[in-house]
Design a protein around this ligand. Structure first.
Ligand SMILES: *C/C=C(C)/C=C/C=C(C)/C=C/C1=C(C)CCCC1(C)C
Length: 249
C-alpha cells in the first residue's frame, strides 16, 4: 500500500512530484489570478481587457488545478493505482480548451489597434482547438495511434507558431509599434519554446508500446512536465501582457 492510502490525502510524500507540482501549481495560478484581477483597475483603459484576460487564464487554471490535485490524490488512494492511470487527463484538456483560445484572444487584442481582424482570431482559435482535440485523442481515446494524432496536433501547433513569428500576427504587431512588436516577440518565444514542453509530456505519457517507448526512461512523469509548462506559459504569458500594459500607455 502506498503512503496516500495509509494517511490522509492531504499528505504529500517528499518524492511525489506529481502531487507537489499540482499543489504548487494551484497556489501559483491563484496568486497570479488575484494579481492580474487587482491590477485591472490600475491599468490604462486600452489595456484593461488584456490584463483581465490574463487574470481569466490563470483563474481558470487555478480552478482546474485545485480539482486535478484532488482528483489525483483520490485516485492514488485506490490500491494498485499507478500515476499514469490516476492522471486527470480529461480535466487537463478541458483547462487547455478554455485557456489556449484565450491566449489567442490576447494576440488579437494586442494587434487589434493595428487592424487585427476577428477572422484572424478565429483561425488561431480553430488551430488551437484542432491541436488540443487531436492531442486528447492520441492521449486518451486512441493511444495506439498516438504518433498519428500527435503529428496532426503538431501541424496545428506549427500553424500558430507561423502566424506569431511570420504571419499576420507578426505583421500587425510590427505595424502597431515597438512596444507591441517586442511584446509579440516575447510571446512568440513562449509559443515556440514554452509550448514545446507539452509535446515532450505527450511523448512520455503515450510512450507505452510506441517507437519512442524509451521516452519512459526519462523518468519524469507526464503530469510534472505539463504542470511546469503551464506555470511558465500561463503566468509568464500574463506577465508579458502586464508589462506591455505598463510600457505602452
Ligand atoms: C495553458 C496551456 C497551454 C499553453 C497548453 C498548450 C498545449 C500545447 C501547445 C500542446 C501541444 C501538443 C502537441 C504540439 C503535440 C502532442 C499533443 C499536444 C496536445 C500535447
Amino acid at each position: 500500500m502506498d503512503h496516500l492510502s495509509l494517511m490522509s490525502v492531504t499528505t504529500i510524500a517528499k518524492t511525489d512530484y506529481v502531487s507537489f507540482t499540482f499543489f504548487v501549481g494551484t497556489m501559483a495560478m491563484m496568486a497570479a489570478a488575484v494579481f492580474f484581477f487587482m491590477e485591472v483597475g490600475n491599468t490604462s483603459k486600452e489595456w484593461r481587457t488584456s490584463v483581465l484576460v490574463s487574470g481569466l487564464i490563470t483563474f481558470i487554471a487555478a480552478v482546474h488545478y485545485y480539482y486535478m490535485r484532488g482528483y489525483y490524490a483520490d485516485q492514488m488512494a485506490i490500491p494498485g493505482m499507478t500515476p499514469q492511470n490516476a492522471s486527470p487527463t480529461f480535466f487537463r484538456y478541458v483547462d487547455w480548451l478554455l485557456t489556449v483560445p484565450l491566449m489567442c484572444v490576447e494576440f488579437y487584442l494586442i494587434t487589434k489597434k493595428a487592424g487585427g481582424k476577428s477572422s484572424l482570431l478565429w483561425k488561431m482559435i480553430l488551430a488551437s482547438v484542432v491541436m488540443l482535440v487531436t492531442g486528447y485523442w492520441g492521449e486518451a481515446v486512441a493511444p495506439a495511434n498516438a504518433t498519428l494524432w500527435g503529428t496532426l496536433s503538431a501541424i496545428a501547433y506549427f500553424y500558430i507558431v507561423y502566424e506569431v513569428w511570420l504571419g499576420d500576427v507578426k505583421k500587425l504587431a510590427t505595424s502597431a509599434g515597438s512596444a507591441v512588436a517586442s511584446a509579440n516577440a516575447a510571446l512568440g518565444w513562449f509559443v515556440l519554446v514554452g509550448w514545446a514542453i507539452y509535446p515532450l509530456g505527450y511523448l512520455i505519457g503515450t510512450a507505452d508500446g510506441q517507437w519512442y517507448a524509451s521516452f519512459k526512461n526519462i523518468g519524469i512523469d507526464m503530469n510534472v512536465i505539463y504542470n511546469i509548462g503551464d506555470a511558465i506559459n500561463k503566468i509568464g504569458f500574463g506577465l508579458v501582457i502586464y508589462s506591455l500594459s505598463r510600457k505602452a500607455a
